[in-house]
Design a protein around this ligand. Sequence first.
Ligand SMILES: C[S@@+](CC[C@H](N)C(=O)[O-])C[C@H]1O[C@@H](n2cnc3c(N)ncnc32)[C@H](O)[C@@H]1O
Length: 298
Amino acid sequence: MPTPTGALVLEPTADGSMTLFSEDFGEWFHSRQGAYTEAYATYVEATGLASLAQAPTLALLDVCYGLGYNTAAALDTILRVNPACQVRLVALELDPRVPRQAVDSGLISGWPAPVQACLQDLASTGRAQRPWLEATLLWGDARQRIQAVETLNFQADVIFFDPFSPPHCPELWTVEFIQRLAACLHPKGKLVTYSCAAAVRTAFRLAGLSVGPVNAAGRRWPGTLAQIGSVGLAPLSQQEQEHLLTRAAVPYRDLTLRDSAAAIHHRRQQEQAVSDLVPTSRWRKRWLPLHQKVPPAR
Ligand SMILES: C[S@@+](CC[C@H](N)C(=O)[O-])C[C@H]1O[C@@H](n2cnc3c(N)ncnc32)[C@H](O)[C@@H]1O
């Protein structure tokens, strides 16, 4: 995948923190309801990170590091609840301009000073080392970089999974990529994403993970918590279960982990056209009042 070159446009969100708009992907980096709020609520709180950080060690994989907000909210939380916790962090990001712009434009100034210093080190050198932290930011297409993470035998207690939405970035929502993520998840680990798309939840299941809904701050729809086994997961509602029986649940595929977005969309459309699953319009009619906007794709 080529490195993006389009403009990154600054925009304030409702909680006062700033986000960016990506011209290349045609999407905002965060919920407009609040970027810092989303990092805390959708990623840190949803995974119960504060309680996981009571352990002596914690391994965190941040997929799509972006401005580093999810990492920042995690580090802030860990430092507050258990500064003795030894943290190992691996983050993946395609576009080096993004974390650098976050630092250079002062977008990270709302985080505590020790957290800001880590984000600065990561943006400039790709590493942050402290007595309590060993962090690496790997540049490039996450579909290839994840293989380095697997080679390290990295087993994440928590995975933050925050790509642009499936219509805008299908490359990172495929069964094949999610299988690679699942291989990096500790047997007791938790993966969280803001998306509740049926195609995404199906991909998690095909990768051997159980899924449950989770609060996604600033969005009208829940996010998804995925893990090995269903213990402790909230059950999917009837509406959510039926969504998984529709053509919206046909997952994205990318056998070589190198296909373009267009090729991945095309393959899925072909699979949907011959699918035995019920049309998604039937599900929408049953569950979504006319005035309510269609959910996700995301
Ligand atoms: C929604 S934003 C992530 C926001 C981020 N988690 C934060 O807290 O600021 C999605 C990010 O995915 C990155 N991205 C897009 N395609 C990618 C790929 N193939 N591999 C790795 N990162 C990618 C984009 O550059 C962008 O930074």
